[in-house]
Design a protein around this ligand. Structure first.
Ligand code: DDH
Length: 289
């Protein structure tokens, strides 16, 4: 009886703008963190995609393998259950969408709704199974330097300019002691997408924080902001610094480069033949009332 083997809906059957709007609806929650699930949804899209390895071609957002225990339990993914659980509300309303499309679409929605640029997104990712989980260690560690950052991102196929552009996502959200061990936000308005991250990197004085936790930096002026060692590398490494300078001065250049690099990230490893044309996904504020 092949009626029990239900084919996944073809990408055309889903109204992605409706899914987008449903995600936009569940971003805010005054009882969660800084009042928004936006930042953790962006981190979910990034960690689902950033496992890509260009040599073997495995990893990446196709598969949504973070649903399974080995990958869900990787240290780098601590706390992402908050994002995955929140998105169950949307998955229940739109069971036809795959998790891998939903998680990447949620990242796009969160960035756009928090004031970021439009991000081109294509549908068509398929969900995999537990055998497709990637080995631990593919995502970056915050307590390391420029060499480590390059090794991790070159493996995905990114260059120095794209690395610096992608890192601007740290305008959003914060570190949580019970997730990564690190503590605090990178900027004063952590639910607003902007180039503040680069500006603060360059304009604040940063010193090592003296505490029992892992090595991180704090701003001298009021000690309420943080930078990881990997963030500091974007200022101290010559190859990275030219782009940090550029994005600190020119938010339009940052938005444009971030949009391209983030779009590349969330399609890594997805066979082109599987993907739809880019789906126009309007911000709520740009939709007719
Ligand atoms: Fe990140 N990130 N990230 N990050 N990230 C953390 C939080 C967030 C690194 C380490 C951490 C990217 C790159 C790097 C976001 C997006 C992106 C936390 C704190 C650590 C640690 C987690 C916690 O405790 O909750 C390192 C290292 C790198 C690196 O490049 C070397 C990139 C490329 C992105 C992206 O989206 C393109 C976001 C958003 C958050 C905030 C999450 C939250 O819950 O808030």
């Amino acid at each position: 009886d092949n009626r029990s083997v239900k084919d996944a809906a073809s990408p055309q059957q889903v109204d992605y703008q409706k899914v987008y709007n449903a995600i936009a609806d569940i971003l805010e929650d005054e009882n969660y963190d800084d009042g928004s699930y936006g930042p953790v949804l962006v981190r979910l899209a990034w960690h689902a995609s950033g496992t890509y390895d260009k040599e073997s071609g495995n990893g990446g957002s196709n598969g949504a393998t973070m649903r399974f225990a080995p990958e869900a339990n990787h240290g780098a993914n601590a706390g992402l259950e908050h994002a995955r659980n929140r998105l169950e509300i949307v998955k229940k309303k739109f069971p036809e969408i795959t998790y891998s499309d939903l998680w990447t679409l949620a990242g796009v929605c969160a960035i756009q709704e928090m004031g970021g640029p439009y991000i081109p997104w294509r549908a068509g990712r398929k969900d995999g199974n537990v055998e497709n989980c990637t080995p631990d260690g593919r995502l970056p560690d915050g307590d390391k330097g420029a060499d480590h950052v390059r090794k991790i991102f070159y493996r995905m196929g990114f260059n120095d300019q794209e690395i610096v552009a992608l890192s601007g996502a740290h305008a959003l959200g914060r570190c949580h002691v019970d997730r990564s061990g690190f503590d605090g936000p990178w900027q004063y308005a952590p639910t607003t997408f902007s180039n503040e991250y680069y500006r603060l990197l360059e304009d604040e004085k940063w010193q090592e924080r003296k505490w029992k936790g892992p090595p991180q930096f704090e701003n001298k002026s009021d000690k309420s902001l943080m930078m990881l060692r990997t963030d500091m590398a974007l200022m101290t490494d010559k190859g990275f610094r030219q782009y940090t300078d550029k994005y600190a001065k020119d938010e339009n250049a940052f938005f444009s480069d971030f949009s391209k690099a983030f779009s590349k990230l969330i399609h890594l490893g997805v066979p082109t033949a599987q993907l739809s044309e880019p789906v126009p996904l309007k911000k709520i504020e740009d939709q007719a009332p």
